[in-house]
Design a protein around this ligand. Structure first.
Ligand code: THU
Length: 130
């Protein structure tokens, strides 16, 4: 799967000296282009950014807005699952049934959707005035 290859490759560049937990993410947009990101930690811990945030920032910087699918890869005992904040970030640019793939380093991949990972999430409809 090319998304897995893209994500595990960018993971090599992750800057994670504090957690020692490197993460890679790859987004495919509806145009077919792939954008990648890795986590970038900071000595002021809350200033670190997740791999998904980096991939989404690259997508937006390229002028693309619609995620067709996204894959996240990391090591660890179980397959990495996007954190709550990243689920919200993905949802901003995806549909409820947009696939989210969660991979381990061996290339074993679990599939969900952003709607499955973020049920009843805060959405644009909540901003509408009554
Ligand atoms: N991390 C990600 O990059 N994506 C996630 O969805 C989960 C967590 C990063 C943040 C931090 O640099 C490290 O993994 C440990 O939490």
């Amino acid at each position: 799967m090319d998304l897995f290859k893209a994500a595990i490759t960018v993971r090599e560049n992750a800057y994670a000296p504090y957690s020692d937990f490197q993460v890679g993410a790859a987004v495919r947009t509806i145009s077919g282009k792939v954008f990648t990101g890795c986590n970038v930690e900071n000595v002021a811990y809350p200033e670190g950014t997740c791999a998904e945030a980096g991939a989404i920032a690259a997508m937006i910087a390229a002028g693309e807005f619609e995620i067709a699918e996204i894959l996240v890869v990391a090591g660890g005992a179980s397959k990495v699952s996007p954190c709550g904040g990243c689920r919200q970030k993905i949802a901003e640019f995806a549909k409820a049934d947009t696939p989210v793939y969660m991979a381990d380093l061996a290339g074993d991949i679990e599939e969900s959707t952003i709607g499955g990972l973020l049920p009843a999430g805060f959405g644009k409809e909540h901003l509408e005035v009554k």
